[in-house]
Each structure stands twice: as C-alpha cells, then as structure tokens.
Design a protein around this ligand. Structure first.
Ligand SMILES: CCCCCCCCCC/C=C\CCCC(=O)SCCNC(=O)CCNC(=O)[C@H](O)C(C)(C)COP(=O)(O)OP(=O)(O)OC[C@H]1O[C@@H](n2cnc3c(N)ncnc32)[C@H](O)[C@@H]1OP(=O)(O)O
Ligand SMILES: Cc1cc2nc3c(=O)[nH]c(=O)nc-3n(C[C@H](O)[C@H](O)[C@H](O)COP(=O)(O)OP(=O)(O)OC[C@H]3O[C@@H](n4cnc5c(N)ncnc54)[C@H](O)[C@@H]3O)c2cc1C
Length: 672
C-alpha cells in the first residue's frame, strides 16, 4: 500500500513498533473501507482534496479572532466545495454526496467545522427526503451545485426536543396562495441552526401549519432568507449568529425571526402531506412522523461518524504513547514507552475495538435504513418503528461512548493532550455536541424504551417479534441465565440483561398503575430504569452485530488478520462484560471466580494486542492532514512539532507584549 512518505525520519520507537506488527495492515484498511476498490477510490479522492495544499493554514485556526476564523473557514469551504462539485463527486457519484470519504477529506480543511457543513449535511438530505418530484427538480440541482446555500432551522430558543411544542407559525392564505411565516414570541426564535447566522441564503424551516383556521402540526418549508446578490436579509427576516460556544467555533450557528414573512404555497415541502390551492389539508397517507425523516437519516450516519472520530483520537493517542517514555520501572533501566503500561492499554485498545464495532454496526444500520426506505416506497411503513428505535439508541450510545473514549485518549496523552495542537480538544468538543444535537441522549433512549415496552408486551402475549428484539421471545420468561464463559455466552447474557431490565420496567409501570397512578406518571417515575433498559438493549445489539459482522467480513481474510480482528472483537465483549459486572451478577449465574477469570483473560488479551497497537491505528490510514495533530503524526516527531506549534502563537510575535508597559510595569512600580 502506498503510504504518504514522511518528510522526516520516523521516531525510532515508532519505527520499531511498525516492525513488530504481525498482520497485513493494508488488508485491514481494505476491510475498514469496505473493499480494496473502495480504498483505491478513497485515496484518489484524498489526493485530489489534499495534494494542492489548499487546506493548509498559515496561522492555526485557533489563533485567529472569531471573525477571522469564520472568514477563513468560508474561504476554505468554497475551495473545498468547489473541489467536491467539480472533481470529487465525479468519482463517488452524485448520489453519494454524503459519502464518508468526502466527510473525511473535509476534516483536512477544518480542524473545527465548516460553515457549509449543514448545507450538505442536512439541507440537501431534507430536499431529497421531503420534496415532491417537481420541488426536487426546482431546488436540488441548485443546492448540489451550490447556487443556493441552505440550513436546517428546526430548533427554537424555547424548544429543541419537543418538536410538537415549536411555536413558529405558517398560516396559509388561499387568496394569495401563500404561507405567512411568523415568530409570535421570543421563545419562537429559531436558534442553533448550523450555517444559518451568516452563510446560508436559504433554509428549511419547521413550523406549525395553519390552514382553514386549524393547526395541523409541524411541517417543513423552504425559505429564501437573503438576497442572492447582496446577501442582505430580506424584509421580514431578522437573522444572526448566536455567539461563542464550546466548539463549532469556525461556523455560524444562527438565530432567525420571521415577521409575517410570505412564501409561495409551493415552498411547503409536500412529499408526504400537502395543502391544496384552496387551503384543504391532505395528511400523509403513510405515517405521521415522516417529516422527521432527515433526523432519522442523520442519526443513522452519526454512528459511522463516531467510528471515524474515535479512530482519529486513538491514532493520535497510540502513536504518542509509543513515542512518550515516562517513569522508571526498575532502577537504572530506561523509562518504558507509556504504551507498555497495561492501564494505558486499557484506556486505548478499547478505542480501536470500538471504532471497528461502530463501523461494522453503521454499515449494518445503513443497510437496514435502505431496506426500510425501499419498504416505504412500496407503501409499507411497518418497519419504521423498529428503525426509529434502533437509530435512536445507536445514535445515543455511540455518541456517548465516543465522547468518553475520546476523553480517555486525551487523558492518555497527559498534559500535551490538553493542547489544541494535539487536536484532541477539537475532536472532543465536536463529539460532545453530537451527544445533544439530533436528539438528546436521554430523550432518544426513552424513544427506544417505548418500542421495547411494547415489544415486551407482545412477547408476553406470545407474538413473534422482529429481528432486533427477537431475543425477548427467547428470554421473556428466563429468570437468571446460566453463565457460559464463551463469546456467544457473553452476547446472550447481554440479551438476558436487556430482557430483564425491560421486564422490570414493565413490572414497575404496572405496579404503579395498579396502585392508582395514571399511566403517564407511572411511565415518568420509571424513566430512570427505562433509560437503563434501552441502553442495555443497545449494548446487546452492538455486541451481537459487531461479533457476527466481524466474522462475516473476515471470512476470506488471511489467518493473521482474522486473528487480530477476532482479538479486538473479543476485547470488546470482555470490556463490556467487566464494565457491567453488577448487571451480570443480577441477571446471570456468573460467580466471583468466573469474573476473576474474565479479568485475567482480558489482561492477557491486552498484552497480546500490544505489539500490533501501532499497526492497528496505521490501518485506519488517516493522513497527517486529516489528523492535524502535533502528537499523532505518522513520523512521531512529537516534541519537534510541539515546539513548532508553540512558535506559531501570536503571543510570540514580539519579545515583550505591550501590556507589560501599560499595566504590569506601573503595578510593579506602584504607579497604577
Ligand atoms: C460532506 C458531507 C458532510 C456530512 C456530515 C454528516 C454529519 C452531520 C452533522 C450535523 C451537524 C449538526 C446537526 C445538528 C442538527 C440538529 O440538531 S436538527 C434538530 C434535531 N432535533 C431533534 O432531534 C429533536 C429530538 N426530538 C424528536 O425527535 C421528537 O420530538 C421526539 C421523538 C422526542 C418526540 O416527538 P413527538 O412528535 O412528540 O412524538 P411523540 O408524540 O412522542 O411520539 C409519537 C410516535 O411517533 C414515534 N416517532 C417519533 N419520532 C419518530 C421518527 N423520527 N420516526 C418514526 N417514528 C417516530 C414515537 O416513537 C411515537 O411512537 P409510538 O406512539 O410510541 O408508537
Ligand atoms: C452544536 C449544535 C448544533 C445544532 N445544530 C442544529 C441545527 O442545525 N438545526 C436545528 O434545528 N437544531 C440544531 N441544534 C439543536 C439541537 O438539536 C437541540 O439542542 C437538541 O435537540 C436538544 O434539544 P434542547 O436544546 O431543547 O434540549 P432540552 O430538551 O431542553 O434538554 C435539556 C435537558 O432536559 C432533558 N429532557 C428534555 N426533555 C426530556 C424528556 N421528555 N424526558 C426526560 N428528559 C428530558 C434532556 O435530557 C436534557 O438533559 C444544534 C445544537 C447544537 C449543540
């Protein structure tokens, strides 16, 4: 495999690590990419995007002022957008405009975030999923060609989670065949939408639809908010940026207020429900929640996004841990590489395994999503609730796990991991937002719990359940599972834990209603348990999917690759079994002796994986331009890069800062 040759000598410790690797790295890269041809395609696209140096910043993004950072990000977005439009989409095919390969190259341009991200990330998918064929013909080519730039304005100052509580109104006027968009209260300001503040000239707006004097709930509208030539906000539109936040600092998350702003009837996105010219409302024939489709789509894509982010953090932390030496183990012996500490391996090897677990699960989820879309095309929406439950819990758990693993990667890099030049803080703050946006963690797990409680009741009634909950048919009446210390045994025990927790939730709700509580209160009182049950279900799905997909995908692999992929999956199973010993003790016959044995095997496995650690992160094949890290580059020149980055700090532009003469010296002389 062609590796982008480092310009400098590779750090000797890192070079030695690469000699130790006992499997074919290229083979693993091909598995991650989804095949050899996909690796070739990805590399071709990366060469187009990255070889001309357009992504490089003279001054690091983080050293710029807010305005400069935004302006620089727009500049790079335009260069990048142009490359996507003119060269990259030709290779992926226009239908793959959200291919992870494009997503990956975008990271080389933006340490933080592109102000255009939501244009391709949400605006375009909404047009694809919510427009009639006529609307698609009108809007989509312009959006894909970037003649118009869009945002997705759903959340308001007062409501994000509870979509039915949104207050923006769209009132239909049949005489003029127009909708009037209005923000009636301060809490109805649209708030948060990425790219809305300064970049977008259009946006998709979620608003309460009124026609013939009746409210029909939230629907989507496409709205032009700025003049295409001058970029000035149109009359009736107040738009701006919401201010600095934890991350997302090179983008313009926006606010938007409508003052009786008129749009043509054709601007309601009418694939599912519509308003006729005379004002008659025609509801969706298929399902009431199809306007939420973009959210489901993004939740599905976020699982692969989390795999990518963990793989970046793991690459940085593992390469750094191979270079970094700290603390004598024995007097007069060289300090060991910190990667030799089992505690360090415990923090980091699970990250490699999780990146693979999420990647394989995301492919499986994507196929499930495509199958549901195909069903819906034929008018069958029966599979939608399961997809909603699955995408909700996988989005919640993958973003939450990614966040804690990335934080562990930062801890694993000690003080240097706190430097922005390590890139770990950027990765962390980006992923921190994913736990909240597109549906908060708790809220989404409670959506899954609704589905699980219904499924449990169906299992109780002897009905056959769909695939992801079919374990409830087998385990509904099981009390404590007989512990079986095999891989399949661990997966089964997680299914029994999930079934036990769901059963306990159903019992709590029933006990509470039997004692006089109404159903809503009984549900509310049980929500802490319900969140735990949905998380347990998600763990069972993740473990089962990772294990079975790993076995499938490595069927034709070489023996060494099979072995290392198998070791990672076993590590994942054991890690989670040990994390959840309390649940295992409660729901299975596992003994202290069994758990001690599991712990011993886990520690041995860390040691077995140790020689392959650097090879495994090299297999993610993340170019230095994408990693943006002083600690994680391929050549391991950690200390040299930290010093080079320090010299880029604007505070080092002059030997004495003016504040000394203005403030410090007068203070020292008692003249302040
Ligand atoms: C180069 C390419 C780059 C690509 C990059 C990709 C990465 C993209 C990054 C994007 C970056 C930032 C994006 C951030 C964007 C946003 O955050 S947009 C805003 C997102 N907002 C949310 O997610 C809000 C969360 N809230 C909800 O989803 C719903 O309100 C909630 C589900 C919580 C409840 O909805 P209600 O309308 O109140 O519904 P209920 O009455 O509770 O439920 C009724 C039944 O409907 C079922 N339901 C709900 N949602 C769905 C759904 N989506 N699909 C199918 N079914 C659904 C629900 O379960 C109930 O069913 P039941 O009655 O139990 O059978
Ligand atoms: C970086 C970023 C980018 C974003 N981009 C966009 C965008 O482009 N477009 C857009 O429309 N929106 C966007 N959002 C908004 C985002 O979708 C919402 O913030 C998110 O859905 C959470 O909603 P909320 O802010 O109303 O939180 P809240 O719902 O107010 O949550 C606050 C707390 O209350 C809890 N809670 C709320 N409801 C319940 C319940 N029913 N049961 C139990 N607990 C509950 C939550 O768990 C949480 O702990 C973005 C947000 C961020 C942070």
């Amino acid at each position: 495999m062609k590796i982008n040759k480092p310009k400098h000598d590779v750090n000797p410790d890192l070079a030695k690590e690469r000699l130790k690797c006992n499997f074919n790295i290229e083979e693993v890269t091909n598995i991650i990419d989804g095949g050899k041809d996909k690796t070739v395609q990805r590399k071709k696209i990366e060469d187009i995007a990255l070889n001309n140096g357009a992504s490089l910043d003279e001054v690091p993004e983080e050293c710029l002022s807010i305005k400069e950072r935004y302006e620089n990000a727009v500049r790079k977005s335009c260069v990048y957008g142009n490359l996507v439009r003119n060269e990259m989409l030709e290779i992926t095919g226009i239908e793959n405009f959200e291919s992870p390969v494009l997503r990956r190259t975008a990271d080389a341009f933006f340490k933080d975030i592109s102000p255009f991200m939501l244009h391709l990330g949400m605006f375009v998918p909404t047009l694809i999923g919510q427009c009639t064929p006529e609307q698609t013909a009108e809007w989509l080519p312009k959006a894909l060609d970037m003649q118009i730039i869009g945002a997705y304005a759903q959340t308001e100052l007062g409501h994000g989670t509870f979509i039915r509580g949104l207050e923006t109104t769209a009132t239909y006027n049949p005489e003029k065949e127009e909708f009037v968009l209005h923000s009636p209260t301060i809490t109805s300001y649209k708030w948060w939408a990425g790219g809305l503040g300064k970049t977008a000239n259009h946006c998709v707006v979620m608003a309460q639809l009124y026609t013939q004097g009746k409210c029909h709930g939230t629907h989507l509208f496409i709205v032009k908010i700025r003049d295409l030539d001058t970029h000035m906000p149109l009359p009736g539109i107040t738009v701006g940026e919401i201010g600095p936040r934890m991350g997302f600092s090179s983008a313009d998350n926006g606010f938007l207020r409508f003052d009786h702003f008129r749009i043509p009837r054709e601007n309601m996105l009418m694939k599912h429900a519509k308003v006729e010219k005379d004002g008659v409302y025609v509801k969706s024939a298929k399902h009431g929640k199809l306007t939420y489709g973009t959210m489901v789509f993004i939740r599905v894509t976020l699982v692969s996004e989390m795999s990518f982010n963990i793989s970046k953090a793991a690459t940085i932390a593992i390469r750094y841990s191979a270079v970094r030496r700290q603390t004598e183990l024995r007097p007069n012996e060289p300090e060991p590489q910190i990667l030799d500490y089992p505690t360090q391996q415990h923090k980091l090897f699970i990250c490699i395994a999780t990146a693979h677990a999420f990647q394989l699960t995301s492919c499986w989820l994507w196929n499930t999503f495509q199958a549901v879309l195909a069903d819906m095309k034929k008018g069958n929406v029966d599979t939608l609730p399961e997809l909603h439950a699955l995408s909700s819990c996988l989005k919640a758990v993958s973003t939450s796990d990614a966040l804690s693993h990335i934080e562990q990667c930062r801890f694993a890099c000690g003080g240097h991991g706190y430097m922005l030049s390590s890139n770990l803080p950027f990765i962390y703050s980006f992923v921190a937002a994913t736990r909240t946006y597109e549906g908060d963690y708790t809220v989404l797990l409670l959506q899954t719990a609704r589905f699980l409680v219904k499924a449990s009741e169906q299992a109780e009634a002897g009905k056959k359940l769909t695939q992801t909950v079919s374990y409830l048919n087998r385990t509904a009446n099981a009390d404590r599972l007989n512990w079986d210390n095999t891989h399949e045994g661990i997966i089964k025990s997680f299914q029994v834990i999930a079934a036990g927790k769901i059963g306990q939730c159903v019992k709590s709700i029933r006990d509470r209603t039997a004692s006089g509580m109404d159903y809503e209160d009984a549900w509310l009182m049980t929500t802490v348990q319900l969140v735990g049950a949905a998380e347990a279900h998600c763990r069972a799905v993740l473990l089962n999917t990772y294990w079975s997909e790993m076995r499938k995908i490595t069927e034709a692999s070489s023996a060494d690759v099979k072995k290392v992929m198998h070791q990672l999956a076993v590590l994942y199973l054991m890690y989670w079994a040990l994390e959840k010993t309390g649940d295992l003790l409660k729901y299975s016959s596992v003994s202290k002796k069994d758990l001690d044995e599991l712990q011993r095997r886990y520690e041995e496995l860390l040691a077995e994986l140790r020689p392959n650690a650097v090879g495994l992160v090299d297999a993610f094949d993340l170019r230095d331009e994408i990693l943006h890290s002083s600690l994680g580059s391929y050549d391991g020149r950690v200390y040299e890069r930290l010093i080079e980055e320090a010299h880029k700090s604007p505070l080092n532009d002059e030997p004495v800062n003016q504040s000394f003469h203005k403030y410090t010296k007068p203070l020292m002389l008692g003249k302040l």
